[in-house]
Design a protein around this ligand. Sequence first.
Ligand SMILES: O=P(O)(O)OC[C@@H](O)[C@H]1O[C@@H](OP(=O)(O)O)[C@@H](O)[C@@H](O)[C@@H]1O
Ligand SMILES: [Mg+2]
Ligand SMILES: [Zn+2]
Length: 186
Amino acid sequence: MKLIILDRDGVINHDSDNFIKSPDEWVPIPGSLEAIARLNQAGYRVVVATNQSGVARGLFNIVTLNAIHQKLHQAARQVGADIGAIFFCPHAADDNCDCRKPKPGLLLEIAKRFDVSLKGVPTVGDSLRDLQAGFIVGCTPYLVRTGKGEKTLAKGGLPPGTTVHADLAAVVDHLLKTNAEVAAAA
Ligand SMILES: O=P(O)(O)OC[C@@H](O)[C@H]1O[C@@H](OP(=O)(O)O)[C@@H](O)[C@@H](O)[C@@H]1O
Ligand SMILES: [Mg+2]
Ligand SMILES: [Zn+2]
């Protein structure tokens, strides 16, 4: 089973400096859900790892977060995409939890749940912390320019091996092309 780990805000849906606080505020980035469908068709299980400190900040509760994720799943299904699971950290930075990216807790949880090694698993994010969390546990980091990606790129300090792409659809184009080239060379 091939696995890919996606950040949520700024990769699948538009992000906001005021947080995504309700299902109405959740709006997919054009092409992202269709890109997930292409990953599924290529044999990838797609899971999400997302920091949701808005819960700890009292901006929205778990019921609302679940409603946002129901809308995400439904929108994905409408284009033939399937998101295997959504792992989230509801904590604030000063809670010092193990699951808030850049700590790798969410990704280790994913590895345990799906009983897979994370070595070489693609992980896609718009923030440095997304890429760092993946890099720590052996994932291959992909930065997208959507969401906070341009700011992340400008700040620099990306983990070694990070490649930069316009959006999730471009990451998927690259991934599937590379996979096809490797298969042809075998
Ligand atoms: O990109 P993912 O991990 O899916 O989700 C990010 C969101 O939880 C929020 O994360 C916050 O960061 P702080 O939690 O305040 O550091 C801010 O960046 C918000 O703009 C953003 O909406
Ligand atoms: Mg993000
Ligand atoms: Zn946490």
